[in-house]
Design a protein around this ligand. Structure first.
Ligand code: NIG
Ligand code: FE
Length: 408
């Protein structure tokens, strides 16, 4: 049995439990000063306060009196894509909006062209580079969506890349099928046919190959309507794919209401989420997966996170890493924005990027907190306490990242 002991932890900060925390619970975390954590075969076996156990047969890691938290969970990324879109920066600076660029054939369609043109190996190499960087910033589990293939063969190609990377990269990946990211150019005059293709051709293949857990749809003006989104997510359920939804990112057309109605596991973005949407999500048990780095990049307002917490909606936060609306994969920046822009407390933010994020991808039984039985995923920070990592901006404060009990 491989034993690893992390000792001399100045502050161990973690939420506790296997389900998402909402309301006041979101801000209740366990803080242990002068702590230790023992892992056996990649799983947390014990933890405590004060003098660390002898454990003579264990590898010992000295945390140097620093902060330790669970590994960060990035519950929303568009990890698999060809090319980048730095050319859109100039357009944005000259006043073009996200939807202007998309409607002019840029945006998701241009990344789709690049993704279709890339081989599986090329996509994997590019995503692997991003995963390496994420790991260095403290992310140990990551959701990854397809959605830049928009044709059966290319959507399956992206999902295979996710499966293969999950097998060989230390970061654990959870796959989401997002064939409904945009109606691709060749179906613009026949969107009905594209929705049919997603539901009747892509989904059965995704199911057959068992390569995705969730189904996501971009419910937005000029993208997929509420009714199309409903059809797609209900079809996903038939194929064992739990619903997620990009809702209220730019215009509130009813996506968050739909999320609650369907009992979606999470609704994403929610930048302009109305009161009715918050109520619907609270009722449906939907987790709000907020993406503040996207608001930052779009120059948009920030989601009403405080109203969501107050209404009893569990709030998770993620990067939304993608080549368009958010070319940022750094969860530490998300932590900063969670405090500075959402006005959440450091404790609420920690829950959002660990336990609630894990729950948003149905992994809260395995990751998202430091407690016996969960995976040995930890970050040792170059920081004395939790406030410090929320307040320092722009540095990488992750000193040592531990995945399944091993330093990575
Ligand atoms: O979550 N909104 C839809 N999808 C991504 C953006 C994708 C892109 O711009 O390429 C998002 O923001
Ligand atoms: Fe997204």
């Amino acid at each position: 049995m491989k034993k690893v002991l992390v000792k001399n932890i100045g502050m161990l900060a973690t939420p506790v439990g296997k389900t998402a925390h909402r309301g006041e619970e979101q801000g209740k975390i366990k803080i242990t000063k002068d702590a230790w954590v023992l892992m056996e075969d990649g799983v947390i076996a014990a933890l405590g306060e004060g003098a660390a156990p002898e454990a003579a047969d264990a590898e010992r890691i000295d945390a140097g009196g620093c902060l330790v938290t669970p590994g960060l969970v990035d519950a929303h990324t568009h990890l698999i894509f060809g090319g980048w879109r730095q050319n859109e920066l100039g357009l944005k600076l000259h006043g073009a909006s996200y939807l202007d660029i998309q409607n002019a054939g840029g945006g998701i369609q241009s990344t789709t062209n690049a993704t279709r043109g890339a081989t599986e190996e090329e996509l994997a190499a590019k995503a692997e580079k991003a995963l390496n960087e994420m790991l260095r910033f403290g992310t140990t589990t990551c959701e990854a969506k397809s959605g830049y293939g928009l044709a059966t063969e290319h959507e399956l190609k992206a999902l295979r890349v996710i499966r293969d990377l999950d097998e060989r990269h230390p970061v654990d990946l959870v796959a989401t099928f997002m064939g409904a990211h945009l109606v691709p150019a060749e179906y613009k005059q026949n969107r009905e046919e594209y929705v049919r293709l997603v539901c009747e051709e892509m989904m059965p293949r995704v199911r057959e190959q068992g390569i995705a857990k969730f189904c996501d749809v971009f419910c937005e003006a000029d993208t997929f309507t509420v009714e199309e989104s409903r059809r797609i997510l209900e079809a996903g359920l038939k194929y064992g794919l739990r619903p997620k939804i990009h809702a209220d990112e730019i215009e509130a057309i009813g996506g968050s209401q739909l999320a609650g109605e369907l009992g979606a596991i999470s609704a994403e973005h929610l930048i302009v989420c109305p009161k009715e949407g918050i109520e619907s999500m609270a009722k449906g048990g939907t987790i709000a997966c907020l993406l503040p780095a996207t608001s930052f990049n779009l120059g948009a307002v920030f989601a009403p996170a405080r109203d969501m917490v107050n209404a009893g909606v569990p709030v998770a936060m993620a990067t939304d890493f993608n080549p368009g609306s958010c070319p940022c994969l750094n969860m530490q920046f998300v932590i900063n924005l969670g405090c500075l822009k959402y006005k959440l407390t450091p404790e609420e933010v920690l829950t959002a990027v660990t336990l609630n994020a894990a729950a948003a991808i149905d992994r809260a039984d395995r990751v998202g907190s430091v407690e016996p039985g969960k995976l040995g995923d930890l970050v040792i920070w170059d920081a004395p306490d939790l406030d410090y990592i929320c307040y320092r901006v722009g540095s990488n404060l992750a000193k040592t990242v531990i995945k399944k009990g091993a330093v990575v």
